[in-house]
Design a protein around this ligand. Structure first.
Ligand code: UN1
Length: 491
């Protein structure tokens, strides 16, 4: 199947060049994705700009009605969407269903915002004067989304954007365009007015750059690597764009001496090896108290034996492939780095490429122990199924090690001591903290994002997402019939 861009409600024609989309589980060709140029971006922005004027005049509860319809349709198509998602991204089907559910939840949640979009009324300093602030739409927004959550993250950005009265151009990751194609079909089926939702496929350096540089695109919301995010911020800064960034993580599970070890093992397995470790929230460090290190390590190793690998469409499979060859190479390079730094490789560490694994991109769930907290293995994002066990002697040390990385997305602590967990939630320097759960599984009605190298202060999801896609507008209405002067006519 040859995909086409979706601009102004029209599926466009042939492109000059295409990239091939492969199923990471078996190398099967799924589609060809157009590599668009600046010209297509110009067209899409023009369409979005034209549509936005009208869209902003549609009352917010009516804009929300489209989101209810989109949510219902996603619900009807949930299984189909999950199957396509597993094929193009590789995550196991159970997780793919979960990701689609995240998108459905976002549709209904943001549709509810259509009847709120709450502003503020405050008293004026002056008599017979009324003061209020409203959330105004910003205009045309650009959404750049990653391959690891090709549908959920797109909904985190596009749904608040449209309920608030903006129109958007979405550049999905080149590796996972099929979710965008499926969403465009849904936009079309629910009759979303043309030009409100536009999709332009292509590379970050062409389509992404053109979007960021276009004077009519007022917001860029980006999720992806810290390296690319930095570039987006620099370019966006030059063009005075509002740029919202969600980037990497080096998330840790802390296991204290009084933890429920079985529960901690379950949490670690799910967060470290789910999505083959390719979540920005994935657990890639376990910071364990020395008194329970041996027990935890033993139980982890035993449980890792049960992690069946294979094609994520097989319901019995727990760990699917990673996205592509480049990802395998990167993970492999960290195995070498870990070994050379003196960490102890106790499980996994290999690419699987024989038999049923021959045509896919599979990496064994991997555990290193005796990892130094300041080694590259423990500090850098790997984005694969690799966990580093770091031993500490106290809660204070655990928190310090947790906070030692350049990222600050998610953290978790397993302990039964209420005093310790309350202290930990205060002191862990991450945007998300879990108590007695792994580092993954954020819910869509809470702000999602992180501190330090993970972001630039903005949040996806929750009401906080509306801060990215609205501008505060303060309105003063003087009904005194005379010119009153603030700060001067104070009597
Ligand atoms: C991501 O990894 O980029 O909290 C998003 C979670 C999911 C979202 C992850 N709900 O793990």
């Amino acid at each position: 199947m040859k995909l086409t861009n979706y601009i102004d409600g029209v599926w466009q024609g042939e492109a000059a060049s295409y990239a091939v989309v492969l199923n990471p589980a078996n190398g099967e060709e799924l589609a060809q994705v157009p590599l668009s140029t600046e010209e297509e971006v110009q067209q899409a922005v023009a369409a979005a700009k034209k549509a936005q004027k009208k869209w902003a005049l549609v009352p917010a509860p009516k804009r929300a009605d489209y989101l209810y319809e989109i949510g219902r349709m996603m619900k009807d198509k949930k299984e189909h969407l999950a199957q396509v998602l597993t094929k193009e991204m590789g995550k196991v089907i159970e997780e793919a269903r979960g990701e689609v559910q995240e998108g459905i939840d976002m549709a209904f949640y943001m549709a509810g915002e259509g009847r709120r979009l709450i502003g503020e009324t405050v008293p004026s300093e002056l008599q017979d004067k009324f003061a209020m602030s409203v959330r105004a739409p910003i205009g045309v927004v650009g959404l750049i989304t990653p391959w690891n959550f090709p549908i959920a993250i797109a909904t985190w950005k596009s749904f608040p954007a449209i309920v608030a009265g903006n129109t958007f151009i979405w550049k999905p990751a080149t590796e996972t365009p099929l979710m965008a194609y499926e969403m465009a079909l849904i936009f079309e089926e629910v009759g979303l007015p043309h030009g409100v939702a536009n999709i332009v496929f292509g590379s970050g350096s062409d389509v992404g750059t053109a979007l960021i540089e276009h004077p009519d695109v007022r917001v860029i919301s980006f999720t992806g690597s810290t390296e690319t995010g930095r570039h987006v911020a620099e370019l966006g800064g030059r063009h005075l764009k509002k740029v919202s960034l969600e980037m990497g993580g080096k998330n840790a599970v802390i296991v204290l001496e009084d933890a429920d070890i079985e529960l901690a093992v379950e949490g670690i397995l799910w967060s470290a090896f789910g999505t083959a470790g390719q979540r920005c929230t994935a657990c890639s460090r376990v910071i364990v108290h020395k008194d329970v290190k041996e027990e935890l390590q033993k139980r982890l190793l035993e449980s890792m034996q049960d992690l069946t690998m294979g094609d994520g469409l097989d319901e019995t499979v727990k760990v699917g492939p990673v996205i592509n060859e480049k990802a395998l190479e990167k993970i492999q390079s960290y195995i070498e780095i870990g070994k050379s730094e003196g960490a102890n490789l106790v499980a996994g560490g290999h690419v699987l490429n024989e038999g049923k694994f021959a045509t896919g991109h599979y990496f064994e769930p991997t555990l290193f122990t005796d990892v130094a907290w300041d080694s590259r293995l423990a500090q850098e994002e790997i984005f694969g199924p690799v966990v580093s066990l770091i031993t500490v002697s106290s809660l204070d040390e655990a928190i310090e090690v947790n906070n030692s990385v350049a990222y600050g997305l998610s953290s978790s602590i397993f302990s039964q001591d209420v005093n310790k967990v309350f202290r930990a939630q205060r002191d862990l320097d991450t945007g998300i903290v879990y108590i007695n759960a792994g580092t993954t599984g954020a819910e869509i009605h809470l702000p999602f994002g992180g501190t330090k190298g993970t972001g630039n202060g903005h949040r996806d999801s929750g009401v906080a997402a509306l801060d990215v896609f609205t501008e505060w507008k303060s309105i003063y209405i003087d009904y005194s019939g005379k010119l009153q002067r603030a700060q001067i006519d104070t009597e």
